[in-house]
Design a protein around this ligand. Structure first.
Ligand SMILES: Nc1ncnc2c1ncn2[C@@H]1O[C@H](COP(=O)(O)OP(=O)(O)O)[C@@H](O)[C@H]1O
Ligand SMILES: [Mg+2]
Length: 434
């Protein structure tokens, strides 16, 4: 089924197995015992993914070669990247078999890229790319090394070793086009090569945020000499291209101080340029410490205004949450990330990359109901309960009531943004009178 069992068997039959392990020589009977025990564990290995420590136990007990066989069985039963996989690759390399390590890492990275939401932000993913880059470079496979570094840089631009290594390798590579046309280079976002770093319109400076779909950088737009936020999609398949397009177009129609301003769409880069909101998101602010009642109330009011506007244009955001609410200069909220947005009434197929975040999603949206403004109201309610939950002291009862009417389980019991806005304005008038 997997390439490695056949490939490994062939390799062994050719008599090119890696050097024997350093464990002490043993008698034939002990060898037979070991083989039995090893066979048992082999089937266990196929169903359970070992930890690095368990793998080391196999090496001591069964000898390296058997342990490595088990390792391949476990790796093929559990495609993708894990701490075991990284450890196993390291062991192969240390035993003088960097080719196998490289093959293993490549297969695992491929497996990871084949799933809809790969664990790109993951430390393991980053380590696997870095390790593959080193192995490939050592094995004189520069193109593969470069691809790995590009993929790495596009998710972790500030990686301390990757950029210098990439620059050094790059000056050695004559054929840039070969790189760009390779499968992974296309799938795994080569915006670095495409010129975003050195030559093109946008000079990427620092990473400011990351979500399921993309990484956001501060970039300098050299055409008009200003800073922008550049959202670069993690992947550039057909699905992502369509989604990128939809995200940019939908947000661009929504001209409002509470909706992020779209400046440009760069299909070739897989990127959207938008206004840079330097104060970050409410999620970032909450991570820095508790917030005040006045500030949270201002966020509530301004995001409700923005949301009422979005709904008045017939759009449902579908992924409201603190990390998608940016903070403007006067503590006013600016909604970002229209990557899951859809016109009201649109069905699930309008979100091929998946929509929303479970924690903030109402039950009917989880069940796949067509897009409704009520979905956003629920997410809004859950988000602000979380935000006010971190505010010290008593929360005014009108706020409790308002949030309760957003986060109602039954859609019919949820108030609309415009209704709540009317009530809020009335509340303000009362306050100024009383
Ligand atoms: N225009 C912007 N200005 C500043 N930070 C932003 C901007 N847009 C997004 N971010 C930050 O980047 C993060 C990821 O962007 P987002 O569009 O939400 O990506 P995803 O679709 O992957 O969730 C956000 O949570 C936010 O912290
Ligand atoms: Mg987001």
């Amino acid at each position: 089924m997997s390439w490695w069992s056949t490939w490994w068997t062939k390799k062994r039959n050719q008599g090119s197995q890696p050097p024997a392990s350093s464990t002490e020589p043993s008698s034939e009977s002990r060898d037979a015992e070991r083989a039995d025990a090893a066979r048992e564990r082999r089937s266990a290995a196929a169903s359970e993914k070992p930890t690095p420590a368990e793998f080391d136990t196999w090496r001591v007990r069964d000898g390296d070669e058997t342990a490595i066989q088990h390792g391949f069985a476990a790796a093929s039963a559990h495609p993708g990247i894990s701490d075991f996989l990284l450890h196993f690759s390291r062991v192969l390399d240390e035993r003088g078999d960097p080719e196998s390590a490289l093959k293993l890492l490549s297969a695992a990275l491929e497996a990871e890229l084949a799933v809809e939401r790969p664990s790109r932000g993951d430390e393991h993913f980053v380590s696997a790319l870095m390790m593959r880059a080193s192995l490939a470079e050592r094995l004189q496979r520069r193109e593969l090394a470069l691809q790995s570094l590009e993929a790495l840089l596009s998710i972790r631009f500030d990686h301390p070793q990757a950029l210098p290594r990439y620059r050094r390798l790059r000056s050695d590579v004559p054929d840039e086009r070969a790189l760009q046309s390779s499968r992974e280079a296309r799938a795994a976002m080569t915006f670095v090569v495409d010129g975003a770093v050195g030559r093109g319109r946008y000079r990427v400076e620092t990473e400011i945020g990351r979500g399921g779909a993309g990484t956001v950088f501060v970039a300098h737009d050299v055409h008009v000499d200003r800073k922008v936020a550049l959202k670069v999609y993690h992947r550039r398949g057909q699905v992502q291209r369509e989604r990128l397009h939809a995200e940019a177009h939908m947000a661009a129609q929504l001209v409002h101080p509470g909706v992020v301003r779209i400046l440009d769409l760069e299909p070739a880069l897989g990127a959207i340029a938008m206004e840079w909101v330097p104060h970050g998101s409410i999620r970032d602010a909450l991570a820095r410490g508790p917030t005040t009642l006045a500030r949270a109330t201002r966020w509530l009011e301004t995001s409700l205004r923005a949301l009422a506007f979005v709904h008045s244009k017939g759009i449902v955001h579908r992924d409201l949450k603190p990390s998608n609410l940016l903070i403007g200069d006067r503590d006013d909220v600016i909604i970002t990330d229209f990557g899951s947005a859809a016109p009201a009434g649109a069905d699930r197929s309008a979100a091929p990359m998946g929509e929303g975040t479970m924690q903030y999603m109402p039950p009917e949206q989880r069940a796949g109901a067509p897009a409704q403004p009520g979905h956003d109201m629920y997410a809004f309610g859950v988000s602000f309960r979380e935000i006010f939950g971190g505010v010290p002291g008593l929360i005014p009862s009108w706020i409790e009531r308002l949030l309760g009417r957003c986060a109602a389980e039954r859609p019919i019991n949820r108030a609309s943004a415009s209704t709540l806005l009317h009530e809020l304005d009335a509340q303000r008038r009362d306050e100024s009178v009383g």
